[in-house]
Structure formats: structure tokens, C-alpha cells
Design a binder for this molecule. Structure first.
Ligand SMILES: N[C@@H](CCC(=O)N[C@@H](CS)C(=O)NCC(=O)O)C(=O)O
Length: 191
């Protein structure tokens, strides 16, 4: 199994951190953005969107970071990173969609200046209250924590004011110390 990635972005870091955290036997190939490797015909066969992360498992090509996380969690059930019961699966899906539909667009807008930190407050509040009685988003560590944390661990995410969100602040620290994230620590990245 091979992951094509560019680790210094949250979409990629979530998958690389997951692989490293659980020591999964997945080869990681760093795609060179400098050489526009993601636009080369060979890579477009793997992901016609020309984006990373992308996973190759035998004849299967999978892209979209949350789909990759879900696949890895199912493929390596010993990780216990995805609930098996119907409700637990729906709960996990909820947070994965929340990340891609709400958190990431807002963080992206914050980076480009089309959004304000004030607009992010309701999301931080929701996450903080979810973490009020739980150590991790679903209670136990799961793929949801890997999906969401990297956006708040960026330089931009680190500049946000978490004083009103103590549970979220503590979770951020817990996530940063987790093996997978400690091993994929970001340096000198503006993402
Ligand atoms: N929704 C996708 C986003 C993937 C994505 O935007 N990847 C960026 C890096 S974070 C990329 O490969 N950009 C290269 C390009 O667009 O040329 C996911 O979650 O995997």
C-alpha cells in the first residue's frame, strides 16, 4: 500500500499522522509540488483531481483525505479508530463532514482574509462542548481526532484564542503530543 502525500498541509498531515501513530505498513511517497508531480499524467491516473493525499492499494486508487482515513481504519481494524456500530459510524461521519464542510472552509477563509476569527467562534464552541466530558471527540481516540486536529495545529490554528474553550485547548495539547502528530511536527509552514 502506498500513500502519496505532501505532509506540510493539514489534509495530508492527518493521514500521515494516522499511519505513523498506528505504525501501519503503508509506504509514504512525498510528492514534489515544486516539480508539479501532482499534475503529471502518471499521478493523474491515480487522482484525476491532481491533489494529495492519494492512496494506492493494489488495483484501488483512493483520494479525499477522510475517505482514506476511513479506509485505513477499516483495513487495519486493530487500530480501533472507527466505531463498528451503526450509531457510532454515523457519529464519526458527522465529525468528518463537519471538518470538511465547515471547519476547513472557514480556516481557509481565515488564511486568505475572507473570514474572520469571530466567524470561527461558533465552531470552536461546538467542539469545546463536545470535548467537555470526553478525552477525545468520540470519547476514545478515533479517526475524527486525526481528521480535525491538524487544522487547529497549523500556525494559523495556533494563533487562535482558545481561552474561552478550555476543553478544546487541552485536547489540542493532547493531540500535538500524540505519537503520530509529534512525528509529523510542522516546521516553517504557513499552512
Ligand atoms: N478535499 C481534499 C483536498 C486535497 C487538497 O486540496 N490537496 C492539496 C494539498 S492540501 C493539493 O494537493 N494541492 C495541489 C494542487 O492543487 O496542485 C482532501 O481532503 O484530500
Amino acid at each position: 500500500m502506498k500513500l502519496y502525500a505532501f505532509p506540510a498541509t493539514p489534509n495530508n498531515r492527518k493521514v500521515v499522522a494516522f499511519i505513523r501513530h498506528y505504525d501501519l505498513s503503508v509506504e509514504i511517497h512525498i510528492v514534489s509540488f515544486k516539480n508539479q508531480e501532482q499534475r503529471k499524467p502518471e499521478f493523474l491516473q491515480i487522482n484525476p483531481m491532481g491533489k494529495v493525499p492519494a492512496l494506492v492499494d493494489g488495483e484501488h486508487y483512493l483520494w479525499e483525505s477522510n475517505a482514506i482515513l476511513t479506509y485505513l481504519a477499516c483495513r487495519f481494524p486493530a487500530c480501533a479508530a472507527l466505531p463498528k456500530d451503526t450509531w457510532g459510524r454515523a457519529d464519526a461521519d458527522r465529525w468528518l463532514h463537519w471538518q470538511s464542510a465547515h471547519l476547513t472552509p472557514l480556516m481557509g477563509g481565515l488564511k486568505t482574509g475572507t473570514e474572520t476569527a469571530a466567524n470561527l467562534e461558533p465552531l470552536l464552541r461546538v467542539l469545546d462542548s463536545q470535548l467537555a466530558k470526553r478525552e477525545f471527540i468520540l470519547g476514545e481516540l478515533s479517526l475524527c481526532d486525526f481528521a480535525i486536529a491538524p487544522y487547529l495545529l497549523t500556525k494559523l490554528g495556533s494563533k487562535l484564542d482558545y481561552t474561552g474553550y478550555p476543553q478544546l485547548a487541552d485536547w489540542r495539547v493532547r493531540m500535538a503530543k500524540l505519537k503520530g502528530f509529534a512525528e509529523t511536527e510542522l516546521r516553517n509552514t504557513t499552512n
